[in-house]
Ligand binder design. Structure first.
Ligand SMILES: Nc1ncnc2c1ncn2[C@@H]1O[C@H](COP(=O)(O)OP(=O)(O)O)[C@@H](O)[C@H]1O
Ligand SMILES: [Mg+2]
Length: 315
């Protein structure tokens, strides 16, 4: 792997009642690397992203052994410094395009002010850069979009604006949280391709959260699988998809909707629920749903954290 862009070690988030939301999450993203996170809803993908971004709500408690971005210790930063990181070294593309853009501020001001605030240049320079980026993300009339309010733009346009905004300060890392979920199929494909084209063009590392396994398989170098707030499997894309080791990953791959499948046939689903309670326990969290569950899975697992192809399963 190339030099490390982001190093996260032992990251745990608890709510005010000490319920564990994510437990002992460790991940590493190399410079220029593209890493995908998959897992059912509620598995802690967004929470992991928000922990890195310093965007956890105030009632949540973050504990981490290490969080370093491009040589800078994120844990040593105060909330203000951490906020400056977003839009600076980290570009964030959120899932909810409506909530992320301020409805009452023209795109021009949202996109160029951050650039100016980050000390990258004047507002005029920011506007010029924004227009260029908007054109690159496939917006044909950047000037009109710059003068629009978010409500005047379609979901696809807003997400393109978000992507352009995330690129404004030449970030080292882009964190994209289900960036295309709200978009229709054709726009999804365009936005996804655009993403990876930009990734190649600007050599930006990407952490991509998505349910679109086909897309991740095509573009990601490595895949992280989350379940109930823990990483249960991590490895190269090929290893994880072609030789999945954790029963959860196997089940998840089974449920990928196949494009050639009869649309009237219901998709397979993994029976049971993601546990909400006691997510910090050291026995297997998937045991209740696992077809291969053995008595030892109910006891603390002995897992080698340093495995190249990591699996939180003793089988
Ligand atoms: N603001 C919050 N306060 C408390 N719990 C939360 C909050 N947001 C999410 N959760 C809980 O944290 C867990 C992980 O959620 P999340 O990271 O959003 O999952 P994912 O993005 O994988 O769907 C879930 O159990 C969810 O109910
Ligand atoms: Mg989420």
């Amino acid at each position: 792997m190339s030099a490390v862009c982001l190093q996260l070690r032992g990251c745990t988030v608890e709510d005010a009642r000490k319920n564990v939301l994510i437990h002992n999450v460790s991940l590493e993203i190399g410079e220029n690397e593209c890493v995908g996170i998959i897992g059912e809803s509620g598995s802690g993908k967004t929470m992991t992203a928000r922990a890195i971004l310093g965007l956890l709500s105030q009632d949540l408690k973050l504990d981490a052994k290490e969080m370093v971005l491009d040589g800078e210790d994120l844990l040593a930063m105060n909330p203000r410094q951490k906020r400056d990181i977003i839009g600076g070294k980290i570009g964030f593309v959120p899932q909810n395009t409506v909530a992320y853009l301020h409805p009452l501020i023209r795109i021009r001001n949202q996109i160029a002010d951050g650039y100016q605030k980050a000390g990258r240049g004047t507002k005029k320079e920011g506007e010029a850069k924004a227009e260029k980026l908007l054109a690159q993300v496939g917006i044909h009339d950047p000037k009109r979009v710059m003068n629009s309010y978010p409500g005047q733009l379609s979901g696809g346009m807003r997400q393109r604006v978000n992507i352009a905004m995330a690129l404004m300060c030449d970030p080292r890392l882009i964190i994209a949280d289900e960036p295309t979920t709200a978009l229709d199929c054709i726009v999804q494909k365009q936005v996804t391709e655009l993403f990876f084209q930009l990734h190649k063009q600007y050599n930006t590392a990407i952490l991509m959260i998505s349910h679109n396994l086909t897309m991740l398989k095509k573009y990601c170098d490595r895949i992280i699988v989350m379940y109930a707030g823990q990483i249960v499997e991590a490895g190269t894309t090929q290893e994880v998809f072609e030789h999945p080791r954790h029963p959860y990953t196997k089940a998840l791959i089974e449920v990928i909707p196949r494009l050639d499948q009869d649309p009237n046939v219901p998709l397979l689903e993994i029976p049971g629920y993601v546990p909400e309670k006691d997510r910090g326990r050291s026995s297997c969290l998937f045991a209740d749903r696992c077809p291969n569950c053995r008595p030892q899975c109910r006891k603390p697992l002995q897992i080698n954290e340093a495995q190249a192809h990591f699996s939180r399963c003793v089988m």
